[in-house]
Every structure is written in C-alpha cells, then in structure tokens.
Design a protein around this ligand. Sequence first.
Ligand code: FES
Length: 127
Amino acid sequence: MALYSETVMDHFRNPRNVGVIEEADGVGEVGNAKCGDIMKMYLKIEDDVIVDVKFETFGCGSAIASSSMATEMIKGKPVEEALQLTNKAVAEALDGLPAHKLHCSVLAEEAVRAAVEDYYKKSGDTN
Ligand code: FES
C-alpha cells in the first residue's frame, strides 16, 4: 500500500490557494519546533464569511497538502465554522495521513485558528 493517498499526492503536486493576500483581514503564522516547518494563512473576510484564503507553507509535502485541503474546506464558510475545523477532518479529507505525519495536519488547524483570531483582534480594534 502506498504511504500517501492519491488525494495527498494531488494536493501536494497541485496545491490550491497558494499565495499571499495583500491587506488580508486575518493572518496566522504557526510553526512546528521539532520539524521546523512553517505555515502562514491569509483570510479575506466579508460579513464574517471567508471570501478568499491563501497560504504559504515552508514545509513537508504533508504540510503543503494539509494547508491546501484546509483552505478548500474553509473557503466560502462563516468564520465560526472555520474555527471548528479540526486536524482530524483535514486528515480525513486527505484520505488519511501516515501516523508520523498527523502533526502536519495539526499545523493547518492551528494556522486557520491563528488567522481567525487575528481577524477577531483586528476587527475588535476598529470598533
Ligand atoms: Fe512537520 Fe510535516 S514534517 S509539518
């Protein structure tokens, strides 16, 4: 059996939503101290709905696939729903990750959460 699912390979080879959003409404950057991988997530939000999302990941293939899948899962969703995104849901949507690569999907969950929290902080400032 292949170590990585076809879905993981697809999102690794052809990641969705790669890039930067200038003047994003929320930006989250997280890293894993052990492997040194870094993930940055940008959100464009209108009326509490994520209308656009982009990411930059300096990391392993599973981290790239996880961030790509996570962006697909939260695009068009209300921010509260994005906060509910779990690494388990990301890994399941990827048709599984090897056990020692599950932390890569945790990074995606944390990056989304950090970006949403940044949005809340910023929108709180302007009120
Ligand atoms: Fe650390 Fe994948 S090896 S994020």
